[in-house]
Design a protein around this ligand. Structure first.
Ligand code: TEU
Length: 561
């Protein structure tokens, strides 16, 4: 399958796009359905690239949640073949067409790699579980029982658990051994210490690069390596079985950065390829420690913050000190695992207009230091949707146990509303998961027509960011006058100072514009409570009134030389 790599035409940024650009997560099943079967697909993504491209939202890359054949128990995160496209989502040709059509618009393509585990329906696992002599016998984490219980049943090799609840070990009668799974029993964990596993994974990575892919999101990457002896974890107090262990041996092993180095070396054979690792269940310091040049790491401080000035200010400070000047953070407010932030942030304070909060949160996401990752639909201020339990499409949730702390992730994965009318322009058929009750009014067409909409605000902010180097790569400094309900920081490069103000209080706030570096005034660039910002500069010493959940971005005006 040696296809020519489709050329990227008119991309906004060069090889450092992973730092300057904005990345947009598409959940393929819910973005757009092109064939009327009710499930989003690759054709649907192609049909809507103009919503994302330079004449639309203006993002720089799309990240596709898994597109591989999968029994669907974890909706694609249980991969049955990492080298193919799920026929439910389209054909191999559709994928190549998607890369070509994205590249034609200057949009890069990032795919999600689930390399920690496979589906139990993967041919590697089917061969591995069949016996101890086959070619894949040592590709998974197989271990003998530690003994047998009073009833004669085999006992697991150690005390490791599954984050989805229950023990992490599953008995395989054909091998008379246990295999390990951090997630569902149907997601057996690969043994990355078997050299053939790493070889196969890197071969697969090369295959996607050869098809023109520009980068990868690595699912739960810090779990790939376990301690070679698989010792039991020490225990501690905690609310869930998972939290009652110190995860010393089932993740974050000291030789893991070297593995990522070998993966990066494959990507670095050509310039301009990015990767982002999903930190699984760890601290921001761990995330910063695993961040290297061009290899980003998701951490969860922003996604876990409440919508208060004190929390947001403190999270910005924690991010700055954890990453320092030399490492580049990511910025994420929503993804396919977490409550959507339009719902979550308003709930965190029990007040506020969710759309005003969405607009102000967009200011934060797109001006804080780090690469912003948007989750489809957040540009419309989409909220979580109540899903009756019989309609849930999140098997880990449905297998709820007292030890399972997740929520129904179907709530944040509902179809994208494109236009009014039945199916909301998402499908001509019956949507695989119900649409939000507000789809008739909260949709792309309706918001395009409204200059004050959440979508218009995202478009203005992304355009501003693309034209403002200080917002892309500038250093971040807390503004000395910030405090109380106003979060205030500057982004700076030599010759350009941008000031960001966010009123996170429930009342109007006043802000007196002081001078930061000898400027004569401040020019408002984007103001979320008004359709447009006034163009004239505001003099030093003037006082501004910020409405609740208003965000305002200003640029320092140099005195005439
Ligand atoms: O998520 C790992 C992970 O951190 C989640 O299981 C998390 O604990 C939970 O969703 C609460 O936020 C990745 C994928 O993003 C997720 O969709 C998969 O279910 C999981 O890996 C297994 O592949």
């Amino acid at each position: 399958m040696n296809r020519p790599i489709p050329p990227l035409v008119g991309a906004r940024f060069g090889d450092d796009w992973w730092q300057r650009g904005v990345i947009y997560q598409v959940y393929p099943r819910s973005f757009a359905d092109s064939d009327g079967d009710g499930v989003g697909d690759l054709g649907g993504i192609i049909d809507h690239l103009d919503h994302l491209g330079p004449d639309g939202l203006g993002i720089d890359a799309i990240w596709l949640s898994p597109i591989y054949p999968s029994p669907g128990l974890d909706l694609g995160y249980d991969v049955a073949d990492h080298e193919r496209v799920d026929p439910l989502l389209g054909s191999e040709e559709d994928f190549d067409r998607l890369v070509a059509e994205a590249h034609r618009r200057g949009i890069r393509v990032v795919v999600d790699l689930v390399m920690n585990h496979t589906s139990d329906a993967h041919r590697w696992f089917e061969s591995s579980r069949a016996g101890r002599d086959g070619p894949h016998a040592d590709w998974y984490l197989w271990r003998d029982p530690s003994g047998s219980g009073p009833d004669g049943r085999p006992l697991p090799p150690n005390n490791w658990g599954s984050i989805f609840g229950g023990p992490g070990w599953e008995w395989e009668p054909r091998r008379l051994q246990f295999y390990f799974h951090t997630f569902m029993a149907e997601q057996p964990e690969l043994d990355w210490r078997t050299p053939a596993v790493e070889d196969a994974q890197l071969r697969m990575v090369r295959g996607w690069l050869a098809r023109g892919v520009d980068g990868f999101r690595l699912d739960v990457f810090n779990v790939f390596l376990k301690h070679p002896d698989l010792p039991s974890n020490p225990t501690r107090a905690g609310a869930t079985a998972w939290d009652r262990q110190l995860h010393l041996y089932d993740r974050d092993q000291p030789d893991f950065p070297a593995l990522i180095g070998r993966f990066r070396a494959v990507l670095d054979e050509e310039p301009g390829r990015m990767s982002v690792g999903e930190l699984f269940d760890g601290t921001i310091e761990t995330a910063a420690g695993l961040t290297t040049d061009r290899h980003l790491v998701f951490e969860w401080s922003l996604i876990e913050a409440t919508w208060t000035a004190s929390d947001i200010r403190s999270v910005i400070g924690v991010r700055e000190s954890a990453f320092g000047a030399g490492r580049w953070p990511t910025a994420v407010l929503s993804n396919h695992d977490r409550p959507r932030h339009a719902s979550r942030l308003a709930a965190s304070i029990g007040a506020g207009d969710p759309d005003a909060i969405s607009r102000a949160a967009a200011v934060l996401l797109l001006t804080v230091r780090g690469t912003p990752f948007l989750y489809y639909g957040e540009e419309l201020g989409m909220s979580d949707v109540d899903i009756p339990s019989e309609e849930s499409v999140d098997p880990p949730f449905s297998r709820f146990s007292p030890e399972f702390h997740l929520w129904d992730r179907s709530r944040c994965r509902t179809p994208m509303p494109w236009s009014p009318g039945p199916g909301a322009g998402f499908t001509t058929g019956r949507p695989w998961l119900r649409l939000g009750p507000d789809a008739e009014t909260r949709n792309v067409d309706a918001q395009l027509a409204d200059p004050t909409s959440v979508l218009s605000t995202y478009r203005a902010l992304i355009a501003l960011r693309a034209a403002t180097p200080a917002l892309q790569v500038g250093s971040l400094h807390a503004h000395p006058d910030g405090g109380g309900e106003v979060v205030a920081y500057t982004r700076e490069i030599p010759g350009q100072v941008i000031l960001v103000l966010l009123n996170l209080g429930r009342r109007d706030a006043t802000w007196r514009l002081s001078a930061v570096a000898g400027e004569s005034g401040w020019r408002p660039l984007v103001r979320t409570a008004k359709a447009t910002a006034a163009d004239e500069a505001i003099a030093i010493g003037a006082t501004l009134i910020l409405a609740p959940d208003e965000g305002l971005i200003l640029e320092a005006v140099r005195p005439e030389a």
